[in-house]
Design a protein around this ligand. Structure first.
Ligand code: AMP
Ligand code: GLY
Length: 442
């Protein structure tokens, strides 16, 4: 089988790696990919928004299944586009992806379906939004309705802050996405990410994960795309997971089907677990998380490609329920630490040479390196997922984006995984490198 992955970040690198391990998969392609991905897949420089070229590529390369990494192409209808051309693709159609591209739709859907989430109201005028903000107890959460590259959400602790966030939306900071504003009550608790591979009706669960969204240690500083992750999530025992399945995942799939938008694809449920261990939905995404994918997929102990083919065919069969993975029964854990460029998540400095310190057992080379390699402690495994990297004219690896590398460690337990992830982090340098030192620490 020949597989195409769309995207070019750390998440897509992890998808490509898992798919390339499938016994069914002969060749993996990736558009546009990155230097890390190009070590295990054939990359072609086609932009993720160019559906016509992507479909032409899939067709001429006899691709058996296409898998979409990022949210934008899904929101723009890439699945519909491929299906209209009889090309097999795994992901939700545009109508089902609305769970992610319209927070208003998602909130109304949850209300209709009795799915636990924060109380909210939606506004298309500044004045009404501000009046409502004043009527709620602080903190509150202001959200742009549409996609905003993870930046459209502000948790505010003052009315001035609320007005600032509301104005940012109506002043056009997020373009069309901010024309409708959602104001939500603040949910206290701990965040968790749950991922389900859905076939339109049923689902297969991936290991749970925790994302670290804030830039700085101690969950301080601005929100980012994610500065690290661990899997499994320490709070997400079988009990809580059962609640999530019963109260969120099943009614979501059933509701979407009944409303004529069956959900096929990765369903990413962003949750807040309150102090009574009850789950509330913070957001739905219709794709995998980045960097959660970089910890979740390496733990899987089944053939991801096989699961995705079955889900695409609309029948998960034996894969329904919890997928076999190394974290079950406390056998394994994964931790990933993001190395980001100076300035991230705002304007970043790029073009910095990336160096791997001599003696580093990550493959030895100073530019392109192996994905896997032993590093202390011996029983763990390091996988280096590329995100914002590229090769310069001399084929040296340089930084090219905000999040540069995701350093994932797999080990028998989280403590070991954490230790080896940070041991590897110490061996990778580029000017302005910044990272959190407290991933998986608590
Ligand atoms: P979202 O893009 O909707 O996931 O929001 C980004 C982040 O804002 C989430 O990961 C949470 O940390 C925070 N957040 C969003 N909504 C709420 C809420 N209702 N209560 C508390 N925190 C929230
Ligand atoms: N890790 C957060 C996201 O992918 O949206």
């Amino acid at each position: 089988m020949r597989v195409l992955v769309i995207g070019g970040g750390g998440r897509e690198h992890a998808l490509v790696l898992s798919l390339s391990l499938s016994t069914h998969v002969q060749e993996v392609f990736c558009c546009p990919g990155n230097p890390g991905i190009s070590q295990i897949a054939q990359c072609a420089p086609i932009q993720i928004s160019d559906f016509a070229k992507l479909a032409e590529f899939a067709s001429s390369n006899k691709i058996d299944l296409t898998i979409v990494g990022p949210d934008e192409p899904l929101a723009d209808g890439i699945v519909d586009f491929f299906e209209e051309r009889n090309l097999k693709i795994f992901g939700p159609r545009k109508a089902a992806a609305k769970l992610e591209w319209s927070k208003y739709f998602a909130k109304e859907f949850m209300l209709r379906r009795n799915i636990p989430t924060a109380k909210y109201a939606a506004f298309d005028t500044r004045e009404h939004a501000i009046a409502y903000a004043y009527s709620r107890k602080l903190p509150i959460v202001i959200k742009a309705d549409g996609l905003a590259k993870g930046k459209g959400v502000a948790v505010v602790h003052s009315h001035e802050g609320a007005i600032g966030a509301i104005n940012a939306c109506f002043d056009g900071k997020f373009g069309e996405s901010g024309k409708l504003v959602i104001i939500e009550d603040f949910l206290p608790g701990r965040e968790a990410s749950v991922f389900a591979i859905c076939d339109g009706e049923d689902y297969a669960l991936l290991p749970t994960a925790q994302d670290y969204k804030r830039l700085l240690d101690g969950n301080k500083g601005p929100n980012t795309g994610g500065m690290g992750a661990r899997s499994p999530h320490p709070l997400m025992d079988a009990n809580i997971l059962e609640k999530v399945e019963q109260r969120v995942i099943r009614p979501t799939l059933q509701g979407m089907k009944e409303e004529g938008k069956p959900f096929k694809g990765f369903l990413y449920v962003g949750l807040m677990i309150d102090y009574d261990k009850n789950p509330y939905v913070v957001e739905f995404n219709c794709r995998l998380g980045d960097p959660e994918t970089q910890v979740v997929l390496p733990l899987l102990e089944c053939d991801l490609f096989e699961v995705l083919v079955k889900a695409t065919e609309g029948n998960l069969g034996q894969y329904k329920g919890r997928l076999p993975s190394a974290d079950l029964n406390g056998r394994g854990a994964a931790v990933t630490v993001i190395l980001a460029s100076q300035g991230y998540p705002e304007k970043v400095a790029t073009g910095m040479p990336i160096r791997f310190r001599v003696g580093c057992s990550l493959g030895g080379q100073s530019q392109l390196l192996d994905h896997t390699g032993d590093i202390l402690p011996e029983k763990s495994k390091i996988i280096l997922f590329h995100a914002g990297t590229k090769l310069d004219n001399n084929r040296n690896l340089i930084t090219s984006g905000g999040r540069v590398l995701a350093v994932t460690a797999l080990a028998a337990n989280e403590y070991e995984a954490r230790r080896s992830a940070y041991a590897a982090v110490d061996k990778i340098d580029f000017a302005g490198k910044q990272y959190r030192s407290d991933i998986a620490k608590d």
